[in-house]
Design a protein around this ligand. Sequence first.
Ligand code: HSE
Length: 440
Amino acid sequence: MKPIQVGLLGIGTVGSGTFEVLKRNQEEIQRRAGRPIQVTMVADLDTARAQAIVGSAVKVVNDARQVIANPEIDIVVELIGGYGIAKQLVLEAIAAGKHVVTANKALLAVHGTEIFAAAHKKGVMVAFEAAVAGGIPIIKALREGLSANRIQWVAGIINGTTNFILSEMRDKGLAFGDVLKQAQALGYAEADPTFDIEGVDAAHKATIMAAIAFGVPVQFDKAYVEGITKLEAQDIRYAEQLGYRIKLLGISKRTATGIELRVHPCLVPAKRLIANVEGAMNAVMVQADAVGTTLYYGKGAGSEPTASAVIADLVDVTRLHTADPLNRVPHLAFQPDTFDQAMSNLPVLPMEQVVTSYYLRLRVADQAGVLAQITGIFAQAAISIDAVLQREAGEGENQTDLIILTHDCVEAKMNQALAQMQQLSTVLAPITRIRKEELN
Ligand code: HSE
């Protein structure tokens, strides 16, 4: 059967992995897809480097639009990244009737609504397994494997760079900046590492997963995003003493009033499997009504793990491209003509309305009545305390750390209580607040 012809836009780390794995496993991939899948054209600014990777049988150009304009190309794989030229090229490829495979989480989290609408209108597929958690087939799991379920929440370690940094800080007691340099050298970090450490990359991925899990539009602008740059080594140690690990989690949760969509550092009980996901690995936990809890674990970045997801999409598109567009799997799991009823009723909640529990560290004067003042504020706010840990003041010291774990309460109430506590003359430094999720 005539091969499906693929054009790559960009042949960096993921593109070269895709080319290599397609070549290495071509026979099995063909048996799965029903016909050969061949990269026949590549666009990259560095044509000499690209040609060296793909060999002389593949046409290499420096203009992506030549790939899009080529009538022989069935599927365009966008591996450029970002929302600039990549957005334009994806829309042009769709307009030219090409199916698109992309690893571009930023693009879909921000412009997904426009891109999926264009693809729907044109009757082409936009596949994006590689955009979330690299090699872990989490899009497939959420969109197809769990389609019987009403999904309650999704919580994931979906940024390898920050998980690597947190693991190294905990294991080796290293400082944040030193570990970041290592992560960059190992190739985990985004081109702009602030996207990793400020939680933006994780929020892109959480936004996409929330859309698929709950049938809401992609709404990155409504996500609460907090990274790990302000995290201190002492909090990692105190958390450990209390039986928790600190992870950067991407969380989306269905509540009675809307959807929580948030990325922030989070205490997780050390006994949960997800708390033991170390280094650059990713893991996503899904809580759903019929199946219960499921956990997906694997490499969230890297050349061949991400290529694995890109090629799975190529196989899917190859199998389905002749199917009636109405009979294909919807881009965001729910049929788009049900969006109006199903999607509009679920707002993304502002952070003040999120309900969670908290770890607090207060630098306090070591004197009579301090604990009573603080617990008094909690009592007034009806916030229930779960555990208290007070470090014994060192000899000659007249101040100490007071660590408090609370039960669930609404964020707005906690903000008010913290503002009140911060006013106390016995609270000597800005209070550290890290959210906590039991994930049970
Ligand atoms: N910078 C990302 C990470 C790469 O660290 O997980 C994969 O999206």
